[in-house]
Design a protein around this ligand. Sequence first.
Ligand SMILES: Cc1cc2nc3c(=O)[nH]c(=O)nc-3n(C[C@H](O)[C@H](O)[C@H](O)COP(=O)(O)O)c2cc1C
Length: 660
Amino acid sequence: MSSGGANLVRFVESVLGISFGDSLSDSVVVIITTSFAALVGLLVLVLKRSSDRSKDIKPLVVPKSLSIKDEEDESEALGGKTKVTIFYGTQTGTAEGFAKALAEEVKARYEKAAVKVFDLHYMRELASFEIIAYVCVLCGLNQDDYAMEDDQYEEKLKKETLALFMVATYGDGEPTDNAARFYKWFTEGNERGIWLQQLSYGVFGLGNRQYEHFNKIAKVLDDLLCEQEFSSLIDIGGKRLVPVGLGDDDQCIEDDFSAWKELLWPELDQLLRDEDDVNAPSTPYTAAIPEYRLVIHDPSIISVEDKFSNLANGNVSFDIHHPCRVNVAVQKELHKAESDRSCIHLEFDITGTRITYETGDHLGVYAENSDETVEEAGKLLDKPLDLLFSIHADNEDGTAIGSSLPPPFPGPCTLHTALACYADLLSPPKKIYLLLVGNYAVRLLCLPWLLMPVNLARQIDSSFYHHRKERSNEYSHWVMASQRSLLEVMAEFPSSKPPLGIFFAAVAPRLQPRYYSISSSPRYTPNRVHVTCALVYGPTPTGRIHKGVCSTWMKDFIYEDELNNFVEQGVISELIVAFSREGPQKEYVQHKMVDRAAEIWTIISQGGYFYVCGDAKGMARDVHRTLHTIVQEQGGLDSSKTESMVKKLQMEGRYLRDVW
Ligand SMILES: Cc1cc2nc3c(=O)[nH]c(=O)nc-3n(C[C@H](O)[C@H](O)[C@H](O)COP(=O)(O)O)c2cc1C
């Protein structure tokens, strides 16, 4: 074996906590080390500046011709319509969804409105390693890009007459990454004086009341815009259309958004409807259900994708939209065996990625749903997990299906991959998703009140409507307070099987990266990023055991496949239990062993070796006791013989091998 190979094997041994001995051939070494690398490579990460983002903002300089449309062109393009501009600042997509839905609704309600939606993306801070990625993005500028430099921003905003802002708050009352630069520029621009006289505006905030700085960004933005209004002294049209909306996603943020919109419509009626129409009732608006075009592929013709190829973006720069796939170098349980809790120490190897980090940065990890979750979802959707398909946001002729669709995930991919990597299946579903699930349930009449849209209820029966209104807290109780997951809700309505194009567009939100504070110092480990992650595990009010998607994945991701590889290579002769990572360790191991009692007894009686692998030294005691029971029951031995047999097995090292 080469010395490099030997080192790698020692490294794998040290990570796994096992010894392969000295007799491994080079080919086995290669298999072991590459399988290790491949398995740990299923992780991706992005880095997100978390500390004072405003410190080192580096505006990009791009040719103006790329970013500013001629004024004449613009007014011509408006064709006599009134421009409505909707901005959004989002981290996980809710504000973006609201902005796009609002745009659709404004378009549907007001013929006179020319609506544009803008990501605040290009006002964001660019961390050093992100610059190249953004330069790439900027090359693809289109008409919908707003402004690239601060002075352009001012110029353009001055010309706005009607602007709506959907902005989320994060961290310690901070803006989202994509709004950070705009926010800094906007809040620090005292010297600008009165410059937004003609602006009528509305701000809807997305936040969570559990945080100290509830909706701070929306409040600050609204206050500053309001100062403009009052400082202008003369009334020349600019005004706050509605009080700032304070969306609270601890409750039902969609309800907050709807309530805010109800206040907005009468104001927009004044601005966007012709004088004759202002008093006429507006046509009720029914939002179209977003749906991707779905294409089913024949697996014998199309090769199944590398499910992570989209995540390794092939570039040398990374951001939240272009995460980097890296290996996990070390995974360690920090709790003692006796503890019924779990906390994982992980080290991501960023060698060769050109990623740098600073103390206080956050790391975003894209995890996968567990097989158990994916299988349950497949059953509820009544579709085979090996179904190979792709989703598309355009029609076959290339025309866009609708502006509110999030970009499709890459395909073709199997349903298993799509459910594992892209669907948030364990969070409480948004109310809008519930309505969609409801639409696809055959037993419509059995739907609880909460699934009935108020408008529909109003049309059916006014007394029903009032009842529905009285019970408007139902969603908060049945879904939010009970922490019902999307899968649980779907299980309550087994006949509800939305088509996959709708399921991925509107029912299951995209699985988001989970952020962790980096717990290492770049001075000491520039090529390793450490995180410490407590396992999220516990019963919900409905009795479901909630397993945090990312923490469970971090704890579990490597082992079973990895160990099975070792069995295949003959490193481990028999693998009986390769896990003790779920739930209270004791019960889980015992349960797994008892399940395979007959198999264990056959190996024992034939003098074979077998391994119970897990993550805890203390597991030995539980395994020992369980084995005792198995030997006694399967072998029909009396207790003294049982005891000596189990001791002998233990002495010979035939039954237990902890992995870490
Ligand atoms: C890590 C984290 C920090 C947050 N910090 C705040 C906060 O300081 N104030 C607040 O009102 N909401 C806070 N929130 C709630 C988000 O603003 C809320 O979930 C919002 O709906 C997210 O919108 P988005 O999906 O458009 O990013 C936080 C959420 C997360 C996950």
